[in-house]
Design a protein around this ligand. Structure first.
Ligand SMILES: [Zn+2]
Length: 177
């Protein structure tokens, strides 16, 4: 995937034109005047895998990219947050529910369309309160079987989490029988 759309032409510190130079094992935009280096990294996010029985909480995206498609409640980390704090906050903002994290579920890398690499930390979570109500950048929220979401799922990373969850739920159903 190309990073070209994200590369600065001008130094954001001193406005000099950046040059491409080897820096730390890769070719990167470097400012010849002040030494600024543009490191391109995936953007980190976090979210929750929250179940009610055998159904998982999904939200519908209110905004682009992929407006109208569904995802697990997730969002980008703020500057001074831990991943766990991000997951709890995003759950609260998008679903109206207060949650407690009960463990790490998956770490996925993916692409936010059109071309933004992201890393998403998914935690297992339990409800502790609140009232189910879509908010922030979600316009619908509900609990659905992970193999039967109410519409297309926005991102491959989220689809992988739902596939894994489906397999785990199928395995526990067998155990029950
Ligand atoms: Zn500079």
């Amino acid at each position: 995937m190309s990073a070209s759309a994200h590369v600065f032409t001008w130094c954001p510190r001193c406005r000099e034109r950046l040059q491409t130079r080897p820096e730390g094992g890769a070719l990167r935009p470097v400012c010849p005047a002040c030494g600024f280096v543009q490191y391109l990294n995936p953007a980190p996010g976090a979210g929750v895998v929250l179940l009610r029985g055998r159904e998982v909480c999904l939200v519908r995206r209110k905004f682009e990219p992929r407006r109208g498609t569904w995802s697990l409640p997730t969002g980008f980390m703020e500057w001074q947050e831990t991943a766990a704090e991000t997951a709890v906050r995003e759950a609260r903002e998008e679903t109206g529910l207060y949650v407690r994290l009960t463990g790490l579920y998956a770490v996925e890398t993916g692409l936010l369309p059109p071309d933004r690499p992201v890393l998403v930390v998914f935690y297992r979570a339990e409800e502790t309160g609140g009232q189910l109500e879509a908010g922030d950048d979600a316009d619908q929220v509900g609990f659905f079987p992970p193999d039967a979401p109410p519409g297309p799922v926005a991102f491959a990373a989220h689809r992988r989490v739902l596939e894994r969850l489906t397999a785990e739920l199928a395995a526990t159903r067998k155990d029950d029988a």
